[in-house]
Design a protein around this ligand. Structure first.
Ligand code: AMP
Ligand code: ZN
Length: 117
């Protein structure tokens, strides 16, 4: 099913992104408004709004997102660690309703938050 959400449009190439990694199941790209010196997102290609809506049918792709995070972080030079964040719904202050894992890192250990987190 075709979705008009912004991240589905990035997956289809209708909106440009700075790609970090892509395969059949997931896409990683740099956040357009980075909260830290290195800030990229890893998303499933299948449209699922968030962890609230995800179910065991998404187990493989969610596992792949987490399983790739370290390798992609390493490629981006995050050898000293990084923070991962998944915002869910209004209380989680989610802005884009297509599930995404934030990977945040860089040299400043005091500036690794998202919106004060
Ligand atoms: P969240 O609050 O977890 O939903 O975060 C959504 C993230 O998507 C924010 O960090 C935005 O800066 C980022 N974002 C929104 N539009 C784009 C885009 N076109 N390309 C890259 N990142 C985007
Ligand atoms: Zn989507």
């Amino acid at each position: 099913m075709k979705h008009d959400c912004i991240f589905c449009r990035i997956i289809r190439g209708e909106i440009p992104s700075r790609k970090v990694y892509e395969d059949d199941d997931i896409l990683a790209f740099h956040d357009i408004n980075p909260a830290t010196p290195v800030h990229f997102l890893i998303i499933p290609k299948v449209h699922v709004e968030n962890l609230y809506d995800a179910d065991m049918g998404h187990q493989a792709v969610l596992g792949k997102i987490l399983g790739m995070a370290g390798e992609l972080a390493r490629q981006q030079g995050l050898d000293d660690g990084f923070r991962t964040v998944i915002n869910t719904g209004r209380v989680g202050r989610q802005e884009v309703y297509h599930l995404h894992l934030h990977v945040l890192g860089g040299p400043d250990p005091l500036n690794l938050g998202l919106k004060g987190a």
